[in-house]
Design a protein around this ligand. Structure first.
Ligand SMILES: [Zn+2]
Length: 82
C-alpha cells in the first residue's frame, strides 16, 4: 500500500499536471485561477493546496478568507468525442 495514497494534493502535483489553483473569496465571491508554479516558488512545491487557505489575500476586498482548490478542467470539455 502506498503510504501517500490519501495525502492532500500539493502545488507540485498541480505543476506536474499543468493545473492552476482556483481561489475564491468567501466574503465577496471574487475568484481567480493562480499559477501553481508561482505559488510553489513563494511557498513550497510540497505545500498542500487546502493549506493555502489563510495564505492568500483577496484582490477585491482584502480579506484573508480565501479558499483554494485545484482548478480541474470543466467536465464538459473533457467529455468531447471527435
Ligand atoms: Zn473578497
Amino acid at each position: 500500500m502506498p503510504i501517500h495514497a490519501h495525502r492532500p494534493v500539493t502545488l507540485g502535483d498541480l505543476i506536474e499536471d499543468g493545473i492552476g489553483v482556483f481561489c475564491w473569496c468567501i466574503r465577496c465571491s471574487h475568484n481567480a485561477v493562480l499559477d501553481a508554479g508561482i505559488l510553489a516558488a513563494q511557498l513550497s512545491p510540497a505545500w498542500p493546496v487546502p493549506a493555502l487557505c489563510g495564505r492568500l489575500r483577496c484582490a477585491g476586498c482584502g480579506t484573508k478568507d480565501v479558499a483554494a482548490r485545484p482548478a480541474w478542467p470543466a467536465i464538459g470539455t473533457v467529455a468531447r468525442h471527435d
